[in-house]
Each structure stands twice: as structure tokens, then as C-alpha cells.
Ligand binder design. Sequence first.
Ligand code: PLP
Length: 353
Amino acid sequence: MRSIDDLVRRNIRELSPYTSAREQYLDNALTLLDANENPWGSIGMVDSHQILNRYPDPYQREVKEKLAEAKKHPVEGIFLGNGSDEIIDLLIRIFCDPGKDELLTTTPTYGMYKVSAAINDVAIREIMLDPDFQLKGDDLLRNVSESTKLIFLCSPNNPTGNLLDKSQVTRILDQFDGVVVIDEAYIDFADDPGFIEQTTQHPKLVVMQTFSKAWGMAGIRLGVAYTSPAIVGYLNKVKPPYNVNQLTQKQALTAMEDAHEISMLVAKVQNGRDWLSKELALLNKVEKVFPSDANFLLVKMTEPKAIFQVLIDNQIVVRDRSNVVLCEGCLRITVGTEEENQRLIDVLKRIEA
Ligand SMILES: Cc1ncc(COP(=O)(O)O)c(C=O)c1O
């Protein structure tokens, strides 16, 4: 069995991270002359109650405490990134030696695992999902080698929209001797608790969630990793010191005070998803609407490229996934507001007329 330390790249294990004087002395400091900030304040403030002339808390303690409470996960096991995309990149940099190690993921899935791997010169093996977009744990495990350090899974999966089969994921957690990342960007739209709780038994498991989807805050760039304190320690070591800015931290805190409203937002999306799914299924040009646990629908069309273009001509942008393995002929359509969904259906009906 490889420990977390064994799996980490040697240069990262030995790295002395950047430190700020304030981290050590903040508790009783009155006069802050350590970080070359502007003591006079800021100009053009959108909100005059914010303090923006000072660097933010590098460890975002307040935000993490609120998340720890909400998710019943130890605060030392939480890491925040500038979007989940930053966390994906940091994990690859911590565990994979460029040109040597490799990571495993499924196909189709979210594109950033492959892009981040390529940026870091890390080989990636993509294991095909089955025709129901399900994972075969054994297929994945058969492709594991000595140099496989990371497995990226996405549940609900993008662009297919389905939750991955729990027993298959559990099999991978039990048998893979490396780090498993489960990207749960869309979990709030599914009736499923996800995998955060399993991080207690599996210290090499990282569950990623984000403020970009159900929370409606893609603009603030805030991704969350729930994992073991040991992995958080390495993430803290390699991250840029102030990776989550002050405005984002404040906005996340304010949003969490209204956490009860999330279920209302999610219900609106789920209702929109059901409506859109039924309306789409009635169209002649739609061959299949795949079931979705997320806030988008994968829709198989008779002429996806032509339909994509008509939608563009009508100022509606969807995602063309028709060239993606197992998604041949498909467009991926995000569930919009009632008006947006109606507009989409109106345009599609016009094509059929
Ligand atoms: C599966 C998945 N993970 C992560 C992200 C990006 O999340 P963030 O906005 O937190 O970087 C996306 C964005 O579409 C996604 O589909």
C-alpha cells in the first residue's frame, strides 16, 4: 500500500512553501507593515464595507468553517480553489511527475482533466463508459499500472448527466492504490448524498464540489475539495498564496447565510429539466433525451450540426457534443429559465414546421 506521502512527487514533498509574516504574527498585530500593501485604502469600491487594500486570508478560515458545519466534514480536510479547475491542476501537479506518471479517467467526461494533464505533460488513459454511460470498475482497474497516481471520476458525469454506479466507484476506492478524485460539480441536482462521507474511510479520496452550478456563482470562481488533512496539507503547499480573493470569500459567506434558498433554486432547475425533457422528446428531430441528474440534458438529434447552427442563428448557444465518443449526434443543453427553455422549444418547433 502506498501512503499519501509515497504518492506525492519528491520535489513537492521536499518543497518549502511560500510563507507570509502575517500567518505567524497576525493574532496580536496592530500595525501591518509586512506585505507592501497600500495603507490608505482602495479607490472605486463597489461596496464600501469591504476591506480590499489588505491581502485576504490565505486559508479562507471563515468560509471553511461554514462549509465544515454544513457538510459535517472536518475543517482541516477542506481546501478551496479558484474554481474546481484550479484544484484539478494542483492535484495533477502534486501527484504526477511530468513525462513519467499517468492518470486515468473515463470517456466521455469533463474536458479539463485531459487539458490539465496535457499542460503538465502527464499521460492520460481514457476508459470508455458503457453504452448506458456507466463505469465498469474492472475495466478501469485493469488499466492501472505502477505509474498511475490519480483517477478522475465525474458524478453526475459531464456531458452525459448521469450519476456513476455507486458500487463500481466503491470498488475502485477499495482496490486502487492511489488518489481517487470524484468531481461532484452537479451533485446538488441529483437526489444523492455523493461521496464526501467516504473520505473518512478513504484518506486518498478527494471529492470536489463547486459554487459554480447549484449555488449560481460561476462568476466568483470558488471550488471546494473535501478530503483528508494530509492531502489538504499538500494542496496548501503548492497553491498560490492568495488563490481565493477577498470578494469571493465574502460573497461565499453571505451566500451560505441563505443556504436554505438553494433547495428552491435546485427545485426550479429540476422542474425545468423535467419540462424541457418532455417537450424535447415530442420533436421529430429528437431521437433521444438521456435521463439527467444534472442541470443539463444530453439530446440525440437527427441533424445535430444543422440544428446547432439554426440555434446559433437564433442567438441560442448550446454545446455541440456530436463528435464526442458515445455522444454521437448529441447536443448538450443547459436547463435555462422558463422563458429560455420556451424560446429554445419554439425555435426547434419552427424548424420542424
Ligand atoms: C464536471 C465539472 N467539473 C468542474 C467544472 C468547473 O468548475 P469550476 O467552475 O468550479 O471551475 C465544470 C464546469 O463546467 C464541470 O462540468
